[in-house]
Design a protein around this ligand. Structure first.
Ligand code: ATP
Length: 434
């Protein structure tokens, strides 16, 4: 997405646990999305271990080339929390005690009936010429300092502390700085809405069409350099179509997103089940509520995953009655009335067993619909006739039972096969409900 006039930023995530891959840098992703909505384009994401020199070097590089520098992590009270010192070094200054901040930290402990450990004293140290940002949710104040004239904001690593500090202190500071400065970014802000250039995003969620087919149908919308920008992401059968719209105001960007979403829905039809945080299970639930119908499940190789996905939606008790995790053949027979002859002749992973599981569950639970899943999730247990990744999904309705066979490939990991099977089951019912 190119929008020449957008402000730019560097995001620096500090922590050896991040550079070693032991934790994921979710802060960086969250900040980049929030910045985009503010009209600031994240230009670089840098991850640095808890070491003084590398942090100082990256802060200097960011200050030299970025317009805004956002840092998370390394503000704690322990010896490996070095962000304050690194910022002081990069700003060519030293740390001094901020006694008001020290009192706030003491008060934070006192409000929990504890005395402040001496170690936390270090968190009240502020670079001379900068200032500390109060932390409503924890002990680590943030730091604001200018390095070579570039504003740098350091926030705690703990995500909920960082999010509160960003919203309450960093966003207002970015907005205020922008109003003072007749910068290029402000020049696009002729639309009176918010007076700020923005990059807004939306994901159109689909299931059932292969990514290549979607790419074909949206080919002209996906050309590089177009605004809005359109691209796809694939996740175990679910294809998301991401739209990024850059505009001079939030209202214009939203209009662009709305128009693009309409066009994408026209082209992809019933494959679209929602947008943004909508889920397949939620889309199924919505349809069941609208039609006053109920659902139960019978799961073998997914071991309850389908029930979990369904119950992630608040209010699912309105339509989801329950399920049977029928992992063994004996339970399939005893609880779901699968015939022993069916298992003996066709095997537990078969169209016939999936059919009887769905019919048995529907009868046992008294639901309008029943979904069943039986398959080979691997990595062992496959044969040439029935390879790993073979799954049968049954759907029992008032009109009868039908079964879908899917083959996900014997190299697919167990987790992928289970997720894919559960989502395919949900989609089967979604299509049935129209
Ligand atoms: P505090 O004093 O509140 O702990 P801090 O600034 O010292 O703040 P860190 O010690 O760097 O924070 O990190 C604390 C925890 O926050 C980490 O253990 C990790 O769980 C989480 N965290 C840190 N950085 C990130 C990040 N970039 N993305 C997601 N989580 C993070």
């Amino acid at each position: 997405m190119e929008c020449e006039l957008m402000q730019r930023a560097w995001i620096i995530s500090i922590g050896t646990e991040l550079t070693l891959g032991q934790s994921l840098d979710t802060n960086g992703a969250w900040l980049a999305r929030e910045l985009a909505a503010l009209g600031v384009r994240a230009e670089r994401h840098v991850t640095v271990p808890d070491e003084l020199q590398p942090i100082t070097a990256v802060a200097l590089a960011a200050a030299a080339s970025g317009e805004i520098v956002l840092i998370t992590g390394g503000l704690g009270p322990t010896d490996d929390d070095l962000t304050r010192q690194a910022l002081a070094d990069a700003a060519d200054t030293h740390l001094e005690l901020d006694s008001a901040a020290l009192e706030q930290i003491r008060a934070y402990f006192a409000s929990r009936g504890r005395e402040m450990p001496e170690r936390n004293h270090s968190q009240a140290m502020s670079p001379v010429g900068g200032r500390l940002l109060a932390n409503r949710c924890g002990t680590a104040p943030g730091v604001f300092v200018e390095i070579c004239g570039t504003p740098c904001f350091a926030m705690p690593g703990v995500p909920f502390e960082m999010k509160a500090m960003f919203a309450e202190q960093v966003v207002p500071a970015i907005r205020a700085a922008r109003q003072q400065k007749p910068a290029a970014a402000v020049a696009v802000a002729e639309d009176a809405d918010s007076g700020e250039a923005v990059l807004l995003s939306r994901i159109v969620r689909t299931y059932g069409l292969p990514e290549a087919e979607i790419g074909e149908r949206l080919r002209d919308l996906m050309v590089r350099g177009r605004n809005p920008e359109v691209g796809t992401t694939a996740d175990m059968g679910e294809i998301g179509v991401r739209i990024n719209a850059a505009a001079a105001s939030g209202a214009s960007a939203t209009d662009m997103l709305d128009a693009e979403e309409r066009e994408i829905r026209n082209r992809l039809g019933k494959a679209v089940y929602g947008i943004d945080s909508d889920t397949l299970a939620g889309a199924v639930g919505q349809r069941l509520i609208e039609r006053g119908r109920t659902l139960c499940v019978a799961e073998s190789c997914t071991g309850g995953l389908l029930g979990m996905l369904l119950t992630e939606t608040p209010g699912s008790s309105q339509y989801f009655l329950g399920g049977e995790i029928a992992y063994s053949n004996e339970v399939k027979q005893r609880r779901l009335a699968v015939k022993s002859g069916t298992v003996a002749v066709h095997g537990a992973v078969s169209q016939a067993v999936a059919s009887e599981m769905a019919a048995g569950a529907r009868a046992a639970f008294g639901a309008t619909y029943a979904l069943s899943i039986t398959g080979i999730a691997g990595p062992g247990g496959g044969t040439p006739q029935k390879p790993v990744g073979l799954v049968y999904i049954g759907l029992a309705t008032p009109e009868g039972v039908r079964v879908r066979e899917i083959r996900m490939g014997d190299q697919s990991p167990r987790g992928v096969i289970r997720q894919w099977a559960a989502r395919t089951a949900l989609n089967l019912l979604r299509m049935e409900l129209g």
